[in-house]
Design a protein around this ligand. Structure first.
Ligand code: GTP
Ligand code: MG
Length: 202
């Protein structure tokens, strides 16, 4: 799919204030610093659309971007960021879970995993929660440019085999590098297909 237009729309702390739910929407979530904002920028080919940072904890709001005037990409704050107070963390968790549980036009949530890491319980528990709540999701492995080809494949295979111990089947899975724009066409094609079957809730 060609991205002809990508614009920032609005930032919110409350899902109730997000744009009207009449267009399909795709959100990005995962641990702080995993590369959510960078992946959004790689997808739309604009390094300055979503704000990125070398330090974790950069994205703190629900950020809507409208693409080709007919679907949304949503940049969410990361989870598992150590350097915030318990109260603030609770606030973030409530904000994100309310968004995920109530946003009717959310077609697919992309759960980002750093391809260098072994399965982490925080991600596994989060995906179990998504399944329980019937929130559709896909896995995106990030920063693949940081690994050699063989180690990357070994890590992905290990991740899959560990997941298969708990899951009957695996979700859709993408291997990406925002740095090298790897995997971005695949994600856009996936979105394009899902957009076709979107039925607005009136
Ligand atoms: P928070 O908003 O803090 O939760 O982080 P985030 O998940 O949005 O991460 P962000 O996109 O800000 O990227 C974090 C850091 O990782 C930045 O320094 C990026 O340049 C770097 N990064 C992101 N994606 C890639 C990638 O594909 N390859 C490499 N080498 N670095 C990446
Ligand atoms: Mg971010």
């Amino acid at each position: 799919m060609k991205i002809k237009n990508a614009q920032f729309v609005i930032s919110n702390t409350n899902y109730k204030l997000c744009p009207k739910e009449n267009m399909p929407e795709y959100a990005f979530i995962g641990r702080s610093n995993v590369g959510k904002s960078s992946l959004i920028n790689a997808l739309v080919n604009n390094k300055n659309l979503a704000k990125t940072s070398g330090k974790p904890g950069k994205t703190q709001l629900i950020n809507h971007f409208i693409i080709n005037n007919n679907w949304y990409l949503v940049d969410l704050p990361g989870f598992g960021y150590a350097k915030i107070s318990k109260e603030k963390r609770k606030e973030f968790e409530t904000m994100i879970s309310n968004y995920l549980l109530n946003r009717k036009n959310l077609v697919c949530l992309f759960v980002l995993i750093d391809s260098r890491h072994k399965p982490q319980s925080i991600d596994q528990e989060f995906m179990q929660w998504l399944a329980k709540k019937e929130i559709p999701f896909a896995i995106v492995f990030t920063k693949s440019d940081k690994l050699g080809k063989n180690i990357l494949q070994k890590n992905i295979d290990f991740y899959k085999s560990e997941m298969l111990k708990e899951w009957e089947e695996l979700p859709d899975l993408f291997i990406t590098s925002s740095e090298q724009k790897k995997g971005t066409e695949e994600i856009k094609d996936f979105i394009e297909k899902l957009n076709l079957s979107f039925k607005p809730i009136i």
